[in-house]
Design a binder for this molecule. Sequence first.
Ligand code: PEP
Length: 249
Amino acid sequence: MKSLVVANWKMNPQTFREAKQLFEATRRAAESVRSVSLVVAPPALYLRELKRAYKGRKISLAAQNAHAAGSGAYTGELSLTQVQDAGASYVLIGHAERRAAGEGNDDVRKKVAAALSTRLAPILCVGEATRSPRGEHFLYVAEQLQAGFADVLPGKANRVIVAYEPVWAIGTQKSMTPADMHEMAIFIRKTVQGKGHNGLAIKILYGGSIDERNAHDMIERGDVNGLLVGRASTEAKKFADLLEALHES
Ligand code: PEP
């Protein structure tokens, strides 16, 4: 089974020229890694042109966000249909950096349901800010999952990909251990199952300080179907090394 690797470029690079160079380096690195399906999530502004220039099938594109409403007076926003029309096949929903900017569980609920009415596959991001010895982080993640799946019709849940990204591990040097991820993956499947869906069919990604040193181990022992990679995906050499590390997976 192929691993799904999602490269979240965030608000990088600063020019389309650099974006094309990064995409080309990523493409070259990804082409030979048969065990990986790659999704690149560039700034939405670059989607259409990257899609137009890329003729292969190895890489799909994602939007980093989109609005739940179909159209209307939402200055500065992009609709799901617009990002799909620009070339995205996936959309990140509820990324920790958007939640930090004010996006709540209710917004996430609407976005996941709206994405499922398009052809986009929603990547629902969840994850706690801190861990406690009493396990309160499980309750926090459960709440995020319950909101994310609240309006998902039975039979559609397996189109939702859950990206577990503990906030304390994003952009740090502190990745989670595969053993802790394995425990969280079981919890995620059980929680989704508790909402009346097939928890075992849910694809789970891990994100948070993944690079060439820990990617392979997380895939091997973390009970995940793939990885969501931030920083390391915007450095061509580092990302090529990461993909190379997954070559043997
Ligand atoms: C992210 O923001 O989705 C992420 C995983 O970031 P990083 O890899 O930089 O921790």
